[in-house]
Design a protein around this ligand. Structure first.
Ligand SMILES: NC(=O)c1ccc[n+]([C@@H]2O[C@H](COP(=O)([O-])OP(=O)(O)OC[C@H]3O[C@@H](n4cnc5c(N)ncnc54)[C@H](OP(=O)(O)O)[C@@H]3O)[C@@H](O)[C@H]2O)c1
Length: 288
């Protein structure tokens, strides 16, 4: 929304009243609509009333273990919600970019290119994969943008592994990190630039991997975050199986981003460049 406000007429859709800052909601051409991806109709109705030319769909039920506990909710939101959005795009002739995840892969043999065959495990992963199909099948002009391990230092951004590393080490607390999970990482602002370019400036259709460059295990990622912030402290390697998580996690995951690198003007970032921007975002936060 920060990248769109003031440049386009834009409808922000979410549950309940707007929680966007006044700096965004106060811009001319920005409106908000209350819609629930899980109720079968309200998001579709709001889109049909607004009549957008392009839709970025990134709302989802994202609590991986929560989805495992409540697969009905995961299905309603991740499949039914995407179906609502895709149906509206179909009716309006609007372009759709829908966000998805590296979790559509089983993590046996990453990093994965766009042509690799998905094999999702667990309710979150399976419903996100079905959501991809709903988007690609129903919206005639559609791209699915897959990201992984998203983080942001912007004020109000969601807590993430990277922000927890900074917060815990700053407080002198140890960080636990999975040593056996190989992942791609994604600075949210980098994915926002890539997905909006894909939405507004490209006709690319199909799946595109829009994470940042490289694959790291989470211990290395935590160490790189700590080093960039000049933080010392304990980073304790743990194995995924020992954490007894409810939903399965892909272990050798990671997304090959060479297609996005060739296609887009906003390229996937190197980890060093992404961490520089993360650090700058963090430094620009208002002091509490
Ligand atoms: N974060 C990651 O590491 C990661 C990795 C891979 C893929 N992704 C994908 O990236 C996208 C964004 O993820 P995120 O990490 O930003 O997730 P998030 O912080 O949990 O945001 C999801 C958004 O969806 C909204 N939402 C959830 N249920 C809804 C419902 N029933 N109706 C309307 N809105 C609803 C949430 O609204 P509320 O604020 O009201 O809850 C929230 O704004 C998702 O498609 C996710 O699958 C994320």
């Amino acid at each position: 929304m920060a990248r769109l406000a003031g440049r386009h007429e834009v409808l922000a859709l979410g549950r309940g009243p707007s929680r966007l800052p006044a700096s965004i909601m106060g811009q001319a051409g920005v409106t908000w609509a209350d819609g629930d991806l899980g109720d079968g109709g309200s998001v579709e109705r709001a889109l049909l009333a607004f009549r957008p030319e392009a839709v970025l769909h990134d709302g989802a039920a994202t609590d991986v273990d929560g989805c495992e506990r409540d697969p009905l909710l995961a299905w309603r939101v991740n499949v039914g919600g995407t179906e609502q959005v895709a149906r509206a795009c179909r009716a309006l002739g609007a372009r759709l970019v829908a966000l998805s995840t590296d979790y559509v892969f089983d993590g046996e043999a990453g990093p994965y290119g766009e042509e690799a065959r998905p094999n999702p495990r667990g309710a979150y992963a399976r419903t996100k994969r079905c959501g991809e199909e709903a988007a690609l099948l129903l919206a005639p002009d559609c791209a699915v943008a897959r990201v992984a391990v998203v983080y942001s230092g912007r004020p109000g951004a969601k807590s993430s592994f990277a922000t927890q590393v900074v917060e815990r080490l700053t407080r002198g607390e140890p960080v636990r990190a999975f040593s056996d999970q190989l992942v791609s990482t994604t600075l949210a602002d980098s994915a926002a630039a890539m997905t909006l370019e894909l939405l507004l400036e490209h006709r690319y259709q199909g799946v595109l991997h829009t994470a940042d460059q490289g694959v790291v295990d989470r211990v290395t990622f935590a160490r790189r975050v700590a080093a960039r912030f000049g933080l010392t402290g304990e980073i304790l390697p743990v194995r995924t199986a020992d954490a007894k998580l409810l939903a399965p996690r892909p272990l050798r995951a990671g997304l090959d981003v060479s297609r996005a690198t060739a296609l887009l003007h906003h390229k996937p970032l190197t980890l060093d460049a992404a961490l520089d921007r993360f650090h700058a975002e963090w430094q620009a936060r208002p002091t509490p």
